[in-house]
Design a protein around this ligand. Structure first.
Ligand code: IVH
Length: 690
């Protein structure tokens, strides 16, 4: 049942919970599952967050009145609640094996040769490459479609029962979507935490003076191995399946359903049909194609939201897997092709201190340039003074530096310190404005709000991808424009004219044009995007979203009280006080008014939908793989211009964009007479819209 149908039937249902019978409840569970799947798995919601929240509220109210109705697959179980003092041991059947690792192309061809040897010379194998997510392997067991167990890999034979926590992972279906699922099936995959959430979590832990996680994998693992499932529920975890363990009633004679014969079909059809999200970065083809794909993924690695440590290449034909047998501990049908190490050894040539947007002064090590996994590193962060002391770092020391995804390189540990190494002096004055620095726990901070370092830091953040994402205005230009006194706060950016930008060294006509155009383009943005761009302490993207949902307009923040902020669920006293203080500040208010005078608009969720954007009447479906961008990027791109996107072709689809290996969706588009677009045509369209 749809949201509006439910609403129509029950009117203002908030006050009439008792009008709902058990059948209504079951329909509501189903409705929320459907919309949850569209949101978390397909990235393609049909209803607004607000509408979803209302439905969810209704569900929890009905469950409160009728606890005996609570379904084993109710979405309310996702928030956790169950506490387990000890994790029971679970035996894996079959065992969860590991893979042999390789790190070079020659070994990939050796792997291919070994397969040829077993399968016979005339056979030209097809392979399937998948991302090797760097998280923690788990096994999910479904009986008659319901999730009954979730366990960690452990030593491969025995793992820990973490069902109560697995249930809280948003994209793990509590009930399989397939109508007649196998009687029993085990799905194996990896639980991961996105970089962004990992960094936010560490910031939070730092604020609470708790121990930080070293990398997203440890954060995912630590979050899943919790006694209290509410804590796991509060962590941003995702599950990506990569294989099927045991399966009963593989082929269903009643429905005529046949289990796929190829790994590529398991990914493309089977997992999605069960209700799982799979990673889109897969490739099938010859061993040469796998080698090329490895290089492609290595280049793409830093743009991915999740940490991966390589790709897994598998023989695509599932029927040959058992035939190939095992090496000592790993099956022969697959190989883990891992990226080169991302750590290197070098020497510290100096340490500088940098004042950032919040006034915190960060120690940064200058290094003798070192090549780490294909990137030359000259600087690495030392985070804060406590970390500097913990590392016991001196200038001249030999250190190990590591790089993790997009994250700034950091000094991991000192390898060797000599007598000639020089101690680092912690500054007493701000390196930018010379104000006396104050010590705040593990940080040193410049208290001067007019400090150049802080102002430039805020401006850089405002235009960055974490902020308003003004594409044509990069960090270096912001700094230059600030020093040339063309801008002093973010509102000034929207006052920039052509004449302000002429006669600036290095700025040509094209650059100027692009800059002004992309500034103009960001004159209307969603409210949450604007809020996160302000760089208010402790306000990241998720908090900005919550604030936008609760206050609707920018102006309403000026009159907000600290109590009303505190009253919002998910907003604690620290954030409440930061937000309150920010909007009380006369300077900050002045800047916002100055900005609004330019015609700048920060739209709330409802207005956002009515915005007059060029693609507002289009619904895009993407199929196949595009060379130039991921599915997520292309969807985000058209959404930016007002289009809707869908996962499958229907009468509502207006354009189908096809990449390499496009399948049935393209045929369906033909049948319905829907406009088709190649990748090149799509790129042309996007170019025109810019
Ligand atoms: S297949 C028989 N596929 O890598 C082994 N594993 O050493 C079946 N992993 O423990 C594993 N992504 O945690 C496979 N696409 C993928 C994977 C993957 C990550 C992890 C998994 C496993 C380890 C293999």
């Amino acid at each position: 049942m749809s949201f509006s149908a439910l609403k129509k039937r029950r009117g203002d249902f908030k006050s009439k919970v008792d009008l709902f019978d058990r059948q209504d409840y079951a329909e509501l569970v189903h409705c929320l599952q459907y919309h949850g799947h569209r949101y978390y798995t397909l990235d393609d919601p049909e209803i607004s967050d607000h509408e979803y929240d209302q439905l969810y509220l209704l569900l929890t109210e009905i469950e409160k009145e009728n606890p005996q109705w609570i379904a084993p697959d109710s979405p309310s179980l996702k928030v956790g609640g169950e506490i387990k003092k000890i994790f029971e041991s679970v035996e894996h059947n079959p065992a969860m094996l590991s893979l042999d690792n390789i790190t070079d192309e020659a070994s990939l061809f050796d792997f291919h040769q070994r397969i040829l040897k077993v399968l016979g010379g005339n056979f030209i194998p097809e392979y399937h490459a998948e991302l090797k997510f760097d998280g923690l392997a788990v096994d999910l067991i479904y009986e008659n479609g319901l999730l009954v167990s979730g366990s960690t890999r452990g030593d491969g034979n025995f793992g820990e029962d973490v069902t109560h926590n697995i249930r809280t992972i948003q994209n793990v279906p509590l009930k399989l979507m397939m109508e007649n699922p196998p009687a029993k099936i085990s799905i194996r995959g990896e639980v991961v935490m996105p970089y962004e959430s990992f960094e936010m979590l560490n910031k939070e832990l730092e604020g609470q003076q708790k121990k930080l996680f070293a990398n997203p994998r440890n954060a995912a693992s630590g979050s899943l191995r919790q006694q209290d499932s509410r804590l796991t529920a509060s962590r941003d975890l995702y599950f990506f399946p990569y294989g099927v363990g045991k399966i009963q009633e593989k082929n269903n004679p009643e429905t005529g359903y046949l289990f796929p014969q190829q790994q590529s079909e398991v990914y493309a059809d089977y997992f999605p049909a069960l209700g799982f999200k799979v990673s889109p970065d897969v490739k099938k083809g010859s061993i040469e194609a796998m080698a090329a794909h490895f290089t492609y993924i290595m280049q793409k690695r830093s743009q991915l939201k999740y940490d991966i440590d390589g790709i897994v290449v598998k023989l695509n034909d599932l029927s040959k897997w058992t035939l190939l047998g095992m090496t000592s501990k790993s099956p022969r049908y697959a190989i883990a092709y891992k990226f080169p190490a991302r750590s290197g050894i070098t020497e510290i040539s100096g340490v500088v201190f940098q004042t950032g947007r919040t006034g915190v002064v960060t120690p940064v090590a200058n290094l003798k340039p070192v090549n780490v996994g294909g990137v030359v590193i000259k600087r690495a962060t030392l985070h804060n003074i406590r970390e500097m002391e913990r590392l016991n770092i001196h200038i001249g020391d030999t250190v190990e530096v590591i790089r993790a995804g997009d994250v700034i390189p950091k000094v991991e540990k000192v390898i060797h310190s000599s007598e000639n190494s020089i101690a680092i002096k912690i500054p007493e004055k701000c390196p930018e404005c010379s104000d006396k620095l104050i010590h705040e726990d593990i940080y040193i901070r410049c208290p001067n709000k007019n400090c150049r370092g802080r102002k430039v830091g805020l401006l850089k953040y405002f235009v960055s991808r974490d902020g308003l994402d003004i594409e044509g205005l990069g960090a270096e230009w912001v700094e230059k424009l600030f020093d040339l006194k063309k801008i002093s706060d973010y509102a000034d950016i929207f006052y920039l004219k052509e004449t302000d930008l002429t006669e600036i060294e290095g700025m040509g006509e094209i650059l100027r044009g692009n800059m002004l155009h992309s500034i103009e383009q960001r004159k209307t943005v969603p409210l949450d995007v604007f809020i996160k761009s302000l760089g208010i302490s402790n306000v990241g993207p998720r908090t900005a979203e919550i604030l936008a949902e609760n206050f609707y307009t920018l102006q309403s923040f000026f009159s907000v009280s600290e109590e009303s902020l505190n009253a919002i669920h998910e907003i604690g006293p620290v954030i409440a006080s930061c937000v309150f203080e920010y909007f009380q500040d006369a300077e900050n208010q002045k800047t916002i008014w100055k900005l609004l005078k330019t015609g700048f608009q920060a739209l709330d969720a409802e207005k956002k939908e009515n915005l007059d954007l060029p693609l507002k009447n289009e619904t895009f479906v993407f199929t196949g793989t595009m060379e130039s961008m991921t599915r997520e990027e292309s969807q985000k791109l058209v959404k930016k211009y007002g289009a809707k996107t869908a996962g499958s072709v229907s009468n509502l689809t207006t354009v189908v964009v096809f990449g390499e290996n496009a399948g049935s969706k393209l045929k369906k588009a033909d049948g319905l007479g829907i406009k088709k677009m190649s990748e090149a045509e799509f790129l042309q369209l996007v170019e025109k819209l810019k």
